[in-house]
Design a protein around this ligand. Structure first.
Ligand code: PLP
Length: 393
């Protein structure tokens, strides 16, 4: 192949986008694997447990029907939108209109990006908490030529965004609890405060609730729609039902915001495959009438809870100061040295972790570990760390 043709040069916008965090990590790990090292992977947040049979079966049956092999609509199938509305009622006690307030999405990531395409003009401000899910400050801000106001979250404030530190002239605010990467959670009074602040400053509140069902002990994550209807919330089947590869999610909220998202999606993806949406109905309907999660979610969370305890306690024994998260499957802590240095030391031991600055520069010195390895592997990793002299004890 000859030199790059000048026309094939990436756009200035794309060039500004840093490589997606996990691409670089995967490359590093792949090199080690090639060298024959057994890698214990606490990197990407992808459940290791399988999608429940009942959901897979309903996907298989639906895929055989010719009606389900056609285009869906950009807003998604009516019966899944209705299932989402039923689920909001039983899970959060919130009434939503499936015709105007629900849009089915290709996972929540797509919608988190497309909502900014739909509403943000060049030079307007997007508030992105730091650390935070990279799409808020990455593609959402860059591809709209928006200005990103990166507002630091702080450990001594329980990693909660303090709205008083946010610019009052922003167009959009992203917020996410249970939080990736910190594992922090919040309560409804906190959400009410943020909701009122957004209304008073005329800021579009985009609430990323991808981890709403990943809660431990007595904690149950609230929905921003319990605070009020003038906002939009993104949810996902990915982590809740071990369905990351299905690429299915939903956006629920104010009809004008949903309409903007739908218009944008109409030009871009034409909606999620219908047979996958049918599997989504089966998944949501597994919840009890009183909003109780099905056995599958309870046993998933019991497995993560045990792993989380083994990992957090093991890290504490090594001398790290680590909080026991009440939500998500992430363990987040200060590693006592530059994050990249720690990550590389861990890779040399055959352990993959995610360096904090991948979620925002204010997270220098922190790392994230995902509990997607079985208990025995977690114990093995802790032993490798001890033998490798990693720790602050
Ligand atoms: C905070 C947060 N939001 C959204 C997503 C996107 O998930 P999906 O597109 O699979 O629904 C993720 C995935 O890791 C996430 O961590």
């Amino acid at each position: 192949m000859s030199d790059i043709l000048t026309n094939f040069e990436q756009s200035e916008r794309l060039k500004k986008l840093p490589p997606y965090l996990f691409v670089r990590l995967e490359e590093l790990a792949a090199t080690k694997r090639k060298e024959g090292m057994d890698m214990i992977d606490f990197g990407i947040g992808d459940p290791d447990l399988p999608t429940p049979d009942k959901i897979v079966k309903s996907l298989q049956i639906a895929a055989e029907d010719n009606e389900n092999q056609k285009y869906s609509s950009s807003q998604g199938e009516k019966d899944l939108r209705e299932a989402v509305a039923r689920w909001y009622k039983k899970r959060f006690g919130v009434d939503v209109d499936p015709k105007t307030q629900v849009c089915i999405t290709l996972g929540s990531k797509e919608a988190i990006f497309n909502i900014s395409q739909a509403f943000v003009n060049p030079e307007e401000i997007i508030i992105a908490p730091s650390p935070g899910y990279p799409v808020y400050s990455g593609a959402s801000a860059l591809f709209n030529e928006a200005r990103c106001a990166s507002v630091p979250l702080r450990e001594d404030n329980g990693w909660l965004l303090d709205v008083e530190e946010c610019p009052r002239d922003a167009k959009m605010l992203y917020l996410n609890y249970p939080n990736n990467p910190t594992g922090a959670t919040c309560d409804l009074p906190y959400l009410r405060k943020v909701y009122e602040w957004c209304r008073s400053t005329n800021t579009i509140l985009c609430y990323d609730n991808a981890y709403s069902e990943m809660c431990y002990d007595d904690y149950r994550a609230p929905s921003i729609l319990q605070a009020g209807p003038d906002c939009i919330e993104f949810g996902s089947f990915s982590k809740t039902f071990n369905m990351t590869g299905f690429r299915l999610g939903y956006a629920v909220g104010h009809p004008d915001l949903v309409a903007g998202l739908k218009k944008c999606k109409g030009q871009i993806d034409s909606g999620a495959p219908i047979f996958i949406q049918k599997a989504g109905i089966t998944a949501l309907d597994m919840y009890g009438e009183d909003g109780t999660p099905p056995g599958m979610i309870r046993s998933n969370m019991a497995a993560y809870a045990e792993r989380r305890e083994v990992l957090v306690n093991g890290l504490r024994e090594l001398g790290f100061d680590v909080a026991m998260p009440k939500g998500t499957f992430y363990v987040w802590f200060n590693c006592g040295m530059p994050s990249d240095e720690f990550t590389e030391k861990m890779i040399d031991l055959g352990i993959i972790v995610t360096p904090g600055p991948g979620f925002g520069l204010s997270a220098e010195g922190y790392v994230r570990m995902t509990v997607t390895e079985p208990v025995e592997r977690i114990k093995d990793a802790l032993l490798r760390m001890k033998r490798g002299g990693i720790g602050r004890a």
